[in-house]
Design a protein around this ligand. Structure first.
Ligand SMILES: Nc1ncnc2c1ncn2[C@@H]1O[C@H](COP(=O)(O)OP(=O)(O)OP(=O)(O)O)[C@@H](O)[C@H]1O
Ligand SMILES: [Mg+2]
Length: 368
């Protein structure tokens, strides 16, 4: 015996009799019926939409809906699916460092080549040029900026900005400074698990009042590490500056550092390399140059290989290290090395401008 034809209103009328126990209202009133009713001969299928996958009434409601349609269309083959409503989109997360124009990682392949010295003096030189500058010490295993800026006894305070409690960066030589060394005891850093270190670092970025900055410099740990990954996932870096010395071993490691930023998954533009300790100049004979670690050709070859500029060559001068140790970056004084850092600042400004006019903003690396 042929059944009466099934038509959509038969289904919706039947479902109008089924109540959602949570509210007592019908499935139709509740707008739980999806827009996908299919009727083909004797078979009917449709879906009910639930707000949550864990709706406590889901199973009983699917059953009740099926039974109601089967009653209205005896002999029909009824299938009811459950759809979970695409969650109301979560409010957009506050953008990270909204007031910061350029974020630059100061990195190296090898440790001890002068990353922190370059980052600190570059920051001071940029600030001396009138730019607003922030400097973050991300080297969890050897934070050295507190000492270089004479900020070892810094205690961090927080204040409220737009309803959020934010860490106030320390300030020295016109530069806003935060160091992982302010929040962890460096001697215990080695036992910090990667995730703890990454979280602490993210806090110093996201929960600090960096305000409006022209340049935000990050003193990176040496090599390639979890911290590098955390940073490219947290921040859209404008670019990276890679510091090396002319020594072959340092250059070999710098190559790895450049390759990491160039990796297609990371994709951070390398703005240039800095040739640190390019030559030794005795304080008393400022015109003399002694190439202790190799000549300019070594770093030139590296830069040529990756088609990036050598932004500056910084001489090895005793006062650079002495100043760092005494908490006064050398770029604050009128010396030959200060001039080299000032030159670096100007080259960096140009390199950043070129990058910003030629390339779109860097995308953050998505966490999978
Ligand atoms: N141009 C320079 N002239 C003299 N001394 C320098 C120069 N650059 C760096 N130094 C000294 O070399 C040492 C290492 O420098 P720095 O701490 O900046 O290196 P780094 O790459 O940050 O090291 P790490 O990998 O440990 O973080 C320090 O004692 C510093 O004072
Ligand atoms: Mg360092």
């Amino acid at each position: 015996m042929a059944n009466d034809p099934i038509y959509p209103a038969l289904v919706t009328d039947a479902l109008a009799m089924v109540r959602y126990p949570g509210t007592g209202r019908s499935i139709i009133e509740q707008e739980m019926l999806a827009d996908d009713i299919r009727i083909a001969g004797n078979t009917v299928s449709f879906s009910l939409v639930f707000d949550k996958a864990t709706d406590p009434f889901k199973a009983s409601l699917l059953k009740a809906a099926k039974a109601a349609v089967e009653r209205a269309a005896p002999g029909a083959d009824v299938t009811v699916n459950a759809i979970v409503r695409q969650g109301v989109p979560a409010p957009e997360k506050a953008p990270v460092l909204p007031g910061v124009k350029n974020i630059i990682a100061v990195s190296s392949g090898k440790g001890g080549v002068g990353k922190s010295t370059v980052a600190a003096n570059l920051a001071v030189a940029l600030a001396a040029e009138g730019y607003s500058v922030g400097l973050l010490d991300a080297d969890i295993f050897g934070p050295s900026l507190p000492k270089m800026f004479g900020l070892e006894s810094t205690e961090l305070y927080m204040h409220e900005v737009d309803g959020r409690n934010l860490i106030i960066p320390a300030e020295a030589y016109g530069v806003k400074v935060l160091s992982i060394g302010f929040v962890i005891d460096p001697s215990s850093a080695a036992v910090w698990r990667g995730a703890m270190a990454s979280n602490a670092l993210r806090q110093l970025i996201e929960q600090a009042d960096w305000g409006e900055l022209d340049y935000f410099l990050i003193d990176m740990p040496p090599g390639t590490s979890d911290i590098h990954l955390t940073l490219v996932q947290t921040l859209a870096l404008t670019g990276a500056v890679v510091v090396t010395t002319p020594q072959k071993v340092a250059i070999a490691d710098a190559r790895k550092g450049i390759a990491m930023f160039r990796d297609s998954k990371i994709n951070v533009p390398v703005l240039g390399v800095v040739d640190n300790m390019a030559w030794f100049t005795p304080e008393k004979h400022p015109d003399e140059r002694y190439y202790l670690f190799g000549d300019d050709a070594n770093v030139d070859a590296l830069a040529g290989e990756y088609d990036v500029p050598v932004l500056a060559r910084i001489p090895l001068v005793a006062s650079v290290g002495e100043h760092s140790d005494s908490g006064r970056p050398v770029a604050t004084e009128a010396t030959a090395s200060a001039a080299a850092f000032m030159h670096l600042a100007h080259e960096l400004i140009d390199a950043v401008d070129r990058r910003n006019s030629e390339l779109p903003p860097t995308a953050k690396v998505e966490v999978r």
